[in-house]
Design a protein around this ligand. Sequence first.
Ligand code: GLY
Length: 568
Amino acid sequence: MKHTIKILVLIILTSACRQIHSDSKIPFTEGREIVTKNGMVVSAHPEASRAGISVLQKGGNAVDAAVAVQLALAVCYPEAGNIGGGGFMVLRQSDGTKRVLDFREKAPIAAKRDMYLDGDGNIAGKLSTDTHLASGVPGTVDGMVRIHSLYGSLDFRDVIQPAINLAEKGFPLPEDQAASLNRNRENFTGRNRILPAFVKDSLWKGGDVLRQPDLAKTMKRIRKHGRKGFYSGLTAQLIVNEMKRGNGIISEKDLENYSSVFREPLQTDYRNYSLSTVPPPSGGGIILTQLLGMVESSPVGEWGFHSAKAVHLVVEAEKRAFADRSGYSGDPDFVSVPVKELTDRKYLRLRMNDFDEKRATPSSAVFGGDPLADENEQTTHYSVADRYGNAVAATTTLNNTFGSSIVVEGAGFILNNEMDDFSVKPGEPNMYGLTGGDANAIEPGKRMLSSMTPVIVEKEGKLFLVAGSPGGATIPTTVFQVIINVVDYRMKISEAVDAGRFHHQWLPDQISIEANSIDSLTLMELKNMGHEIRTRSSIGSVNAIQILPDGRMASASDKRGFNTACGY
Ligand code: GLY
């Protein structure tokens, strides 16, 4: 009997956490929840995490590994990984310096404020999501080349090679991913002249090998020419040809002109922790900062995890933060976003003046403050930490799952449909139900407002947490809940990430709750306070790393998805 139990324990341990030999023959550990000493990569796909760890084991640093993961995700996780999209990266160097890289897409030069409206001023069909007009100018390749040239230590060829291998040799599809490709089959077949690699004669099954020869060729051009391998030459020509085929507007000049940009990190303190996250054109960092500021004066930890009192406070803070997002946030290169004022502690205290601890404030009574906006929300986050103390939190997206589903003919990559993140019609909700204002109206060359919220947290000056999530509007509220789960509810990182989540975004005036995440008594209390409650599918999918007091790294790859950690 004892023997049988021992064998069972061994089987469970080895299936949750496998020792694997990489190309470099140094063993690494793979699983959802692992603890290692020398380096960790957590991403949405096992192949991408393996790409990252192989680069770390070759002697690369966190930036080398992050770039390898981003490029590998473009091959093995076409749902959101990309070279046809964009994102945000927070980098913490071993000396504590923080940098934010904005490689968000931009509106093409020919974009117009009313380009998705009909003659009557109404939104015309699905132009901003399902067509060639839906794509912003991609930022990923410029961003990766830039960050690598400044902070990488390996040759770029070594960093891109795992992605090329994955595209050329193919990789076996996890079952969930085979199903996800099958669900999108109609979009791929309907929106492309030539069937892309993502469609085959019959439906995909788990274990089938996905090969992407055109994408491998594109990646090789990037390996040889760097950013020019994407923004000029053959790849640029293929993008422009694709645009012409579908009445899109991205031109050679748009591609030539695209540039990623470093921005000042948005920094805030919460209890004994210091956070660095992203400023506009993502609204996510502001929301996270506002939520922490509005909640800090309350002992939510003492009130208890998912107590009605704590959920009520957080939801009321979320309403106010999202009302502000709608009013003020946009691309800071085009509009002045009062970041300092919106995140000012005094302002945040004032913002909660009308908070009633017994009653829900209807969203109709919550307006943007005066410091002087479900299911197709695919984005992906990866976290990397190396043994030198460098860390990267990066969130990247095509917007919708598989973006626009339009694959650049001959180049093999999917184009984003990020233009829908603009206020397509100011005042009307976008695909996430987010309502935007003039600050986020379409202008040529402008970046659309995002919700991405990669974050790096320090405790007493030392690296403590690297985290982020996909989930559209739910990104900042997801990241916020993971942080308070660790800080206030004293959960270990894997518990904090797997715990049930809820979300409110001002409009619609309802709390979205993951099924079975909050007990029925608490739900009743919340309803009695005046909250409307909707149960929904999962919220977010966090990939995080926590540095333990002894310096080891603990991973949390969210149970929601096929997220995987690799460490050594
Ligand atoms: N496309 C989702 C976001 O940027 O928030």
